[in-house]
Every structure is written in structure tokens, then in C-alpha cells.
Design a protein around this ligand. Structure first.
Ligand SMILES: Nc1nc2c(ncn2[C@@H]2O[C@H](COP(=O)(O)OP(=O)(O)OP(=O)(O)O)[C@@H](O)[C@H]2O)c(=O)[nH]1
Ligand SMILES: [Mg+2]
Length: 391
């Protein structure tokens, strides 16, 4: 599957930069292309300059709202992010459409940090504009949800996140959710943490995108997972994750004989990798709430067989009994057995509901406080009624 990737705001642009690196890796190691175009859109010049893999010309690093913001961002006001995106949408659409192999792309992936100003305001607006312009390609959104501490310290966090989630869900074909908090490793600095987090967010897409683009027979599975399968799975709220289980480094020839013990180890490895994928999902959720799911098994051919595929399918059906399940295998010469899982069409996402409820409560409280202030002011004005005016 080939994606045109567009990142919005600082967070979105950095993750898009990570996708551009994934593409370079796929080209170098697998001789395939998975991201024919990677773009960054921002109101902040400094953020655009700090990227490293996305091409540095103005068509790939797109500055919007320069007249309004002077190239310094929108200061977390996402309504302003939305407004400048509406004004400059032609500029973005034209640049994105000029990607070299644009027509080979299967879909768009638009990325933003939900709590920011530029990203959270402009991404849904551009998703709508891109959808209207390129009707034949699905538009997927990938949103990074804020860290826990940001909700307490940054007043706009809940407002931006809730409004961005609602808008993105209403326009995009599917919304991938990635919870920043789940990736935090307490022992490294925030800056290197961000880079590490971005890598972890992008990584599960690697095999998923590569599998359907392989042209070497030895890398094509007996059940090829292509853009069609992924497109059929992706709808609404979506999470993904991957897990791996190491394989023995040296395998003796007689071990190839399939004795019952080896087969049980193989199955065990597969289940272990699947468990890890589920516990590493990009957002904590209950697999039982998924209405569609997909898994990709990548491992050396010698480690894959129909029994393993069946066991894994049965296991995923058990975990997500309400989901239509699709799967594929991807033969790779690798030292580990890897499983990538997507859970989509989630009918319940607690975290999203919490943001909506928190914002609605905060807005009610704000209105109540405003009324209180107005009532107090009125009391003061009323008290001044009998005071003569000198004006
Ligand atoms: N995963 C990840 N999250 C990030 C990154 N940078 C910022 N964030 C998160 O994104 C949110 C802030 O959004 P930004 O992208 O910085 O904001 P912006 O879209 O540039 O908007 P303004 O700066 O207000 O114009 C916060 O929740 C941050 O924790 C990043 O590189 N990776
Ligand atoms: Mg910014």
C-alpha cells in the first residue's frame, strides 16, 4: 500500500518525517516504495526547518498563514489553525497533488497532534478539502493524543483535542489514535523521547505497507495482504500495534522435521507475538469493541504454515469476537516472527468519550462562571443607580 503522508503542525510534521524515513528504509532494504510523497504543513518556520527527511523545498515543507502568524505558530488556538488552513488550502492541495508518483498512491494519511493549535485545527479542514478534491482516494487521519500532564498544565489541551477528534472523525475514512502517554519511557529526556515515540508510532505501518508492494516472488505470501484488504478494514476509530518473538539464530537441518514439539513452539511464538501486539496497541482499548480487525504475520517461510495462521486467526476471533477478520502472511528473512494488528471500527473508545465529556463539562462551568461575573457586575451597577453622574 502506498500512502501520501501529510503532517500538520510540529507533531504531525515530525511523525510525517518519520514516515519519510520508513520509505527510505523500504527503498534501501526492500527496493520498494511505500510513501510516494511526504509533506509537512505548519504555521511555524522554525519547526519546518527542524525536519530532516522530508524534502526541504517549499512544495514539501509548506508554510501556511504567514500573513496572520508571521511564521510563529498559532499559540494553541486551533480555531486559528483551522482558519489559516481554509485560506491556504489551495496551496496545500496543489503541492500534494504535485507528488511525483501521486497517482500510484492508494490513500492519504494526514497526521497531527490533537492538542496543538496548528495541527489540530488545520488537519480536519485539509482532510475535508483533500477528500472533496481527490474523491477516489480514502483519507486516513493519524492523531497523537496528549500526555496526561498536558491536560493539567495546558488550558487548551482538552478543548483542542475534543474538537479535533470530533472534526477528524466526521471527515476522515478512518482515524488512527496513538496515545503519547503509552510510549513514555521514564528514563530518557523528553526530546529524545519524542523521537523515540514517533518511531514507535510509525513502526507498525512498515510491514503493513510493504507487504502488498513486494514484487519478488520469495517475499510474496500465500495470502497477500494488499491495499484492498487494508482499505476494507479501516473505518472509524482505529488502533494498531505490533509484537515480535525472537527465532533461534541457528537452526539445525534435522530441526526442520516437523515434530509435535516444534510445532507447539511455533504456535506458542505466534501467540506470544500476537499478545505483545495487542498489549502494545497505540491506545488502550478493548478488542471486543472492534467490528473489523486485521493481522499480518511476517517471518521466514520455514516458520510459517497454515496451522499457525489458523491458530492465530482463532486466537484473534476469541479476542475480538465481533470483528470481521482479515489476515496475510509476509515471508521475510528475519531473526524474529512479527505480528502487526489493526483493530478498526471500534464502537466504544473510552478515551475519546472522556475528552468529549470533559469539554462539555468545562464549557458548562465556563458559562456558569461568566453568568456569575455578569450577575456580580450587575449588582455593582444597580448599587450605583442613585449616585449622581458627573459626565
Ligand atoms: N508523538 C509526538 N507528539 C508530539 C510531538 N510534538 C508535539 N507533540 C504533542 O502534540 C501536542 C502539541 O501539538 P504541536 O504539534 O506541538 O502543536 P502545533 O500543531 O504545532 O500548534 P501550535 O504550536 O500551537 O501552532 C502536545 O500534545 C504534544 O505532546 C512529537 O514530535 N511527537
Ligand atoms: Mg507549533
Amino acid at each position: 500500500m502506498k500512502l501520501i503522508v501529510v503532517g500538520f503542525g510540529q507533531c504531525g510534521s515530525r511523525i510525517a518525517d518519520e514516515f519519510s524515513r520508513l520509505n527510505a528504509r523500504a527503498r534501501l532494504h526492500r527496493r520498494i516504495e511505500i510513501v510516494p510523497g511526504a509533506f509537512a504543513v505548519n504555521t511555524d518556520v522554525a519547526d519546518l526547518s527542524s525536519l530532516s527527511s522530508i524534502k526541504s523545498d517549499f512544495r514539501h515543507r509548506i508554510l501556511i498563514g504567514n500573513r496572520k502568524t508571521g511564521g510563529h505558530g498559532v499559540g494553541k488556538i486551533n480555531e486559528m489553525g483551522a482558519e489559516v488552513a481554509r485560506q491556504d488550502s489551495d496551496k496545500v492541495i496543489e503541492a500534494v497533488g504535485s507528488a511525483k508518483r501521486f497517482y500510484e498512491a492508494d490513500a492519504f494519511l494526514l497526521i497531527a497532534g490533537a492538542a496543538g493549535g496548528t495541527g489540530s485545527g488545520s488537519m480536519p479542514v485539509m482532510a475535508q478539502a483533500i477528500k472533496a478534491r481527490y474523491k477516489d482516494k480514502p483519507v486516513y487521519a493519524l492523531m497523537a493524543l496528549p500526555f496526561e500532564h498536558e491536560e493539567k498544565t495546558e488550558a487548551r489541551t482538552v478543548h483542542n483535542t475534543a474538537t479535533c477528534l470530533k472534526a477528524a472523525y466526521s471527515v476522515a475514512d478512518a482515524v488512527f489514535l496513538a496515545d503519547n502517554q503509552r510510549y513514555v519511557h521514564k528514563d530518557s529526556s523528553l526530546a529524545s523521547n519524542m523521537t523515540a515515540i514517533n518511531r514507535l508510532i510509525a513502526e507498525p505501518f512498515y510491514d503493513l505497507l510493504c507487504a502488498g508492494e513486494e514484487h519478488r516472488a520469495k517475499n510474496i505470501g500465500s495470502r497477500l495482504l494488499d491495499a484492498g484488504d487494508i482499505g476494507q478494514t479501516l473505518r472509524g476509530w482505529t488502533v494498531l500495534g505490533w509484537g515480535k518473538s525472537p527465532l533461534p539464530i541457528i537452526r539445525l537441518p534435522f530441526e526442520r522435521n516437523r515434530n509435535f514439539r516444534k510445532k507447539s513452539t511455533e504456535t506458542h511464538r505466534g501467540i506470544q507475538a500476537m499478545d505483545q501486539a495487542i498489549s502494545n496497541l497505540s491506545l488502550n482499548c478493548n478488542p471486543k469493541d472492534a467490528c473489523s480487525a486485521l493481522y499480518l504475520l511476517s517471518a521466514p517461510t520455514t516458520e510459517m504454515n497454515m496451522d499457525l495462521v489458523k491458530e492465530l486467526s482463532d486466537y484473534l476471533i476469541e479476542l475480538a469476537p465481533g470483528a470481521v477478520i482479515r489476515y496475510g502472511d509476509y515471508p521475510r528473512r528475519d531473526s524474529a516472527l512479527k505480528i502487526t494488528v489493526i483493530l478498526s471500527q471500534l464502537k466504544r473508545v473510552e478515551r475519546v468519550k472522556e475528552y468529549y465529556q470533559k469539554l462539555s463539562a468545562a464549557l458548562k462551568e465556563k458559562k456558569r462562571r461568566q453568568e456569575e461575573i455578569e450577575a456580580e457586575l450587575k449588582e455593582l451597577i444597580d448599587a450605583s443607580d442613585s449616585v449622581p453622574s458627573i459626565l
